[in-house]
Design a protein around this ligand. Structure first.
Ligand SMILES: [Zn+2]
Length: 415
């Protein structure tokens, strides 16, 4: 009985209806043996035309027919692949007097940061234990012309390595590694932005400041009220006139440690990452390749997409799938690092290929030398689609006893 009371309360929270009507409807469903949750859905649907506006704090995961008024705090456009075709989705944060929630819009509702919008017929899913609003084809969004005072919550403290796109009101501390100023035009206004890299003991991260906080490299600062967006898949820290920035007297240095790959994949990448893993695959476009002398693009059969027939310049590179048992990334090694790890120069390989009259032998040799070998890589990454790619700045082959772990790993993976 208590459960029924609860359901009635939940229903009345979402719709304007007479309590006894709802009770009567619910009883009818129960008498027919309809499970409570289904009965609730059916009743909500019945009254769906008069959805009640709700505050964000009252929204729970996995609800439908949500109606609310909220302010767009941040919005980010992003391209995803759905069944082979590319489409744009929008992610960001919505806030009202009671809460801030992440949202995803599956189509362009032409909304921007600072807009106050009335939303009808949204749904919610669960994301890291929190509700996330979803605006779909069936949702209605309409701009309203009054403002909303956003909820004031104490900022949450994070280490840089734990930052994820979508977080807001975060507090971090760190050292500015580099910062540069540039100008951007927004709505015919020139604004100064300051972007660079900052670090704490756990990671390095890109940041953008939309206000002049007089940051200089070497400064150690504490930032309150920053938020995190994604930049080429990796988290980027943003702070602006709503954030508090304070210089502090603390010694902070990034101590490069091996990061498990699941963390890299979860974060969508990062900079100056150190990872370790076993080579599971050498991608087909590894080995000797030819580049256009004009635009440096990779060319095929002497033809550049951009410049037509050209005399290609040889280059050596390796693109490898590296796995550490918790996750996998693609790693790209340029000529210098490829030569380092293979112990041969590109000229050696060009000679071998010429003799065999087949560049494929170079690929074969890379496969033989590297498959199932553990590597340590330091580099920056970007994400495209679901794959994180790390552009290596350094690479080393790991020692033999680490190889034993690698065998175990391969066995464990059924390799
Ligand atoms: Zn070209």
């Amino acid at each position: 009985m208590e459960e029924i009371e609860e359901i009635i309360e939940e229903i009345l929270e979402q719709i304007d209806a007479n309590r006894s009507d709802v009770e009567k409807d619910l009883k009818k469903f129960i008498d027919y043996g309809v499970p409570l949750e289904h009965a609730k859905e059916a009743i909500l649907h019945k009254y769906g035309v008069i959805l009640k506006e709700r505050k964000l704090i009252n929204i729970k995961p996995n609800e439908r027919g949500i109606c609310t008024v909220a302010k767009v705090i941040a919005i980010d456009e992003r391209e995803v692949e759905v069944r082979g075709s590319k489409r744009k989705i929008y992610r960001g944060l919505l806030g009202d007097e009671t809460a801030v929630l992440p949202f995803t819009a599956w189509k362009d509702f032409h909304i921007g940061k600072g807009d106050v919008i009335k939303i009808r017929n949204a749904s919610s899913s669960e994301w890291e234990g929190q509700p996330r609003l979803s605006l779909s084809e069936w949702s209605e969004v309409e701009k309203v012309d009054h403002d909303i005072d956003l909820v004031k919550r104490p900022p949450q403290r994070y280490n840089l390595i734990d930052l994820r796109a979508g977080l807001s009101n975060v507090e971090v501390r760190g050292r500015i590694v580099e910062v540069e100023q540039r100008e951007v035009n927004i709505a015919e206004e020139t604004k100064k932005v300051f972007s660079g890299i900052m670090e704490d003991e756990t990671a390095r991260i890109r940041f953008t400041a939309w206000k002049d906080f007089e940051l200089a490299s070497g400064d150690v600062i504490k930032i309150k009220g920053a938020y995190v967006r994604s930049w080429r898949g990796a988290p980027q820290l943003i702070f602006d006139e709503n954030s508090e920035v304070e210089k502090i007297e603390e010694e902070i240095r990034y101590e490069q440690k091996v990061v498990p790959l699941y963390k890299v994949v979860e974060a969508g990448g990062g900079i100056d990452l150190c990872i370790e893993g076993v080579v599971l695959e050498i991608r087909k476009d590894s080995g000797i390749i030819f580049r256009c002398p004009k635009c440096n693009r990779r060319i095929r059969e002497g033809i550049c997409e951009e410049d037509g027939n050209v005399e290609g310049i040889p280059d050596l590179r390796i693109k490898a799938l590296v796995d550490d048992g918790t996750g996998a990334v693609d790693v790209i090694l340029n000529r210098e690092l490829s030569e380092k790890i293979l112990g041969k120069s590109m000229d050696d390989y060009l000679a071998v290929a010429k003799e065999a009259m087949d560049y494929g032998v170079v690929y074969e040799e890379i496969v033989n030398k590297l498959i199932a070998h553990p590597l340590r890589i330091v580099g920056d990454s970007i994400q495209s689609g679901l794959i994180v790619t790390i552009f290596a700045k350094d690479v080393e082959l790991l020692a033999i006893d680490a190889e034993k772990d690698a065998e175990e790993l391969l066995m464990h993976m059924g390799g």
